[in-house]
Design a protein around this ligand. Structure first.
Ligand SMILES: *Cc1c(COP(=O)(O)O)cnc(C)c1O
Length: 408
């Protein structure tokens, strides 16, 4: 039997896939820049970027060239050997950040898993067996492995999976007093997102991050910034920490790093990295030449000051569109975020309706993202043409008007 016969439709998903997702009714087929076409030939403006991943849009010519060149050379060799693309990538990331050492994985969750294991190991070796406490924050999101859902602050993701890793506490985000009270001699790490992405696009107060830094320093704990969503240009800075006045000990990055080709990384200092010795942690695919070559080109392009400046300008343009939309429809309670990671919290008229709006937006020709039931999230390409932003907002307004009128 030919696997492509009978025809593939959205219904096929329900017949062949583990039912973990509820994908849209249409099936995206190809994309160029900020536009995507589905299998029926309908065109969409992409305001989601595959969840803040395709920072350089779809089918970027320079990335296609690297894909072809590296694809013809070497895809995978394993970590018994190193390769030039991964070493070049580590050099680039270290030149751009506080970091002096890098570990590569295939996803954000894996980068965070490595960060948490490294923090536990460093605490054990430096201070002894009691230094295991990990401090995290309510609504935070750090990935879907058992360790990362346990550290994440959304209990629905860790319930029902049996015993979870121990000695993890969750505190209110942006609550300095609670953090200062909880962080102590047994704390080995504090993990925080500079802007909570999945949790509703909630920025950290710089004073809160500064207080975490001070408390970590006072108690010999490592400060981990999860920049899986905020990193690689998303906020108008290559990493969001640059604009907070706080430097972490460990930074994790993924999502936009490969523009859709799976790669994640954990960045840290030389002295902390020493606690991972040969064989203590590992990966098969992590740091493979294919992903590394692509990420290297992404880093080169996104770290250009002009591109980052453009992200800040586009972010202002996006906020201005949201303000005008809100003047006409009065649907948002608050607009927040930075650069091109923007959340629009729905007011009373549409409270809890983010999913309905995303569905209606798809029908109107714009691919949208939510961050919980009350927040529309915008994470378009970092180089989205202003005309595509404008057209996307025309379509989004159509969708919102229909949902408001009950005709979506
Ligand atoms: C998406 C995300 C992750 C998980 O990344 P995966 O690649 O899905 O494993 C972790 N942390 C943050 C902040 C994220 O946004």
């Amino acid at each position: 039997m030919n696997a492509f016969d009978p025809p593939i439709t959205r219904q096929t998903f329900d017949e062949v896939m583990v039912p973990l997702f509820a994908p849209a009714a249409f099936i995206p087929d190809r994309g160029v820049g900020s536009r995507v076409w589905d299998t029926e030939g309908r065109e969409y403006i992409d305001f989601a970027g595959g969840i803040a991943v395709t920072g350089l849009g779809h089918a970027h010519p320079a990335l296609l060239q690297v894909l072809h060149e590296q694809g013809a050379k070497l895809w995978h060799i394993g970590n018994g050997y190193t390769n030039e693309p991964v070493l070049r990538l580590a050099r680039q990331l270290e030149a751009l950040t506080f970091a002096e050492r890098a570990f590569f994985a295939n996803s954000g969750a894996e980068a965070n898993e490595a960060a948490l294991k490294l923090a536990r190991r460093a605490g054990f070796e430096r201070y002894g067996a009691r230094k295991t406490q990990i401090v995290s924050f309510n609504q935070s999101f750090h990935g879907r492995t058992l360790f990362t859902v346990s550290v994440g602050g959304q209990p629905k993701y860790s319930e029902g999976f049996g015993p979870v890793p121990a000695d993890i506490v969750h505190l209110p985000y942006n609550d300095i007093a609670a953090a200062e009270a909880a962080i102590g001699a047994d704390t080995c790490a504090v993990m925080v997102e500079p802007i909570q992405g999945e949790g509703g696009v909630i920025p950290a107060d710089p004073a809160f991050l500064q207080a975490l830094r001070a408390a970590c320093d006072a108690h010999g704990a490592l400060l981990i910034f999860d920049e899986v969503q905020t990193g690689v240009g998303r906020t108008g800075y290559f990493y969001a920490y640059e604009d907070t006045g706080v430097t972490p000990d460990i930074l994790t990055t993924a999502k936009a790093l490969g523009n859709g080709f799976p790669i994640g990384a954990m960045l840290t200092t030389a002295s902390i990295a020493e606690h991972f010795k040969v064989g203590v942690h590992g990966t098969t695919y992590g740091g493979n030449p294919m992903a590394s070559a692509i990420a290297s080109k992404v880093v080169e392009l996104v770290s250009e000051p002009q591109l980052l400046q453009g992200v800040r300008q586009r972010g202002e343009a996006l906020k201005a569109h949201l303000a005008r939309l809100n003047e006409r429809l009065g649907v948002f309670r608050e607009v927040r975020g930075k650069g091109l990671l923007i959340g629009a919290e729905l007011g009373d008229a549409l409270k809890g309706r983010a999913k309905d709006i995303v569905t209606a937006a798809g029908q109107a020709g714009v691919i949208m993202l939510m961050a919980g039931p009350d927040v529309l999230r915008f994470a378009p390409s970092l180089i989205v043409p202003l005309a595509d932003l404008e057209e996307g907002f025309v379509r989004l307004e159509r969708a919102l008007t229909q949902v408001l009128a009950g005709t979506a």
